[in-house]
Write a protein that binds this ligand. Sequence first.
Ligand SMILES: Nc1ncnc2c1ncn2[C@@H]1O[C@H](COP(=O)(O)OP(=O)(O)O)[C@@H](O)[C@H]1O
Ligand SMILES: [Mg+2]
Length: 346
Amino acid sequence: MTQDDSGAIAPARSSAMASRAVAQPSGNARDLSVPALRVHELRKTYDTGVEALKGITLDVQPGDFYALLGPNGAGKSTLIGIVSSLVNKTSGDVRIFGVDLSADRDAAMRLIGLVPQEMNFNFFEKPFDILVNYAGFYGLPRSEAIVRAEEELKRAQLWDKAHSMSRTLSGGMKRRLMIARAMMTRPRLLILDEPTAGVDIEIRRGMWKTLKEINASGTTIILTTHYLEEAENLCRHLAIIDRGTIVEQGPMRALLAKLDVEGFLLDIEGTLPATLPDIEGTALLAADDHTLDLEMPRAMDLNRVFATLDEAGIRVRSMRTKSNRLEELFVRLTGDDAAARREQAA
Ligand SMILES: Nc1ncnc2c1ncn2[C@@H]1O[C@H](COP(=O)(O)OP(=O)(O)O)[C@@H](O)[C@H]1O
Ligand SMILES: [Mg+2]
């Protein structure tokens, strides 16, 4: 077994590696000049002729929390699959902390931890054993694996379940177990494919907390999601991917700032009149008898809106921002049918 100074370890399956001096990546996690992930002109055409990736280029910086956001069928899993060596690329380059995936797959793989979308652990094993055995597969000494398993189970708030049959864990616990397992090899880059797909909001929030802690402790995280709220909550940078193409990428904040339309929900005192005033440049609708749905250009003065409502005898008690800014952005970037496709996928 091999273990470099970062604590990353070699998969046991690559027996050749144990006897071979593995070149250190040309940068480490502290070297900000080397991206954690560099993908250049990546293409994938499946045997069926489906062009899943049509030339993807992106950089993820060390320490970042990065989202690949896109609807079903966009190509997210294909991209993750190529980066984690589960899928063969058609053309293009992938580098992980400077290590070329084609040239030195084993060294690149030692830097990655993968949490696949489907649960793929044995439900009849105990969490502690699942973690220790996984680390053993990757060549970690058992004594070290035992120490790490305790650490990771505690971080995942699963320590009290360490010796329970994992079948008896709740859905949220099972997902946290998947993350804890991936962390056993101390990856510098943790990649999660739709980690919260289909889980309820309570569980999702718990997982967000875990992932934020992992990121705060220095691990670069990339996740795919079709939950816009998730990307907005977690990620500092993102790429929006649709039909095998990146339609937008950059800092989350900059993307949100691009939106020139803002949406508000206004809580009204009493009941709304039958006819609503016409306010030029805005879209005003009754969400229900006591709530107005307002959409207006970001640059527009809210006072004008309030003055007009006041004249019409409508008094606003409170207002909330509609939490769908990213949704709007997404629809705008990928076309209306993306929303419909996402609906179908949900
Ligand atoms: N193994 C495969 N063989 C053929 N086509 C595939 C395979 N996997 C995915 N695809 C196709 O590639 C496209 C992208 O799929 P995928 O990467 O799974 O998207 P996402 O993860 O964003 O939902 C889709 O059209 C999908 O049907
Ligand atoms: Mg997928």
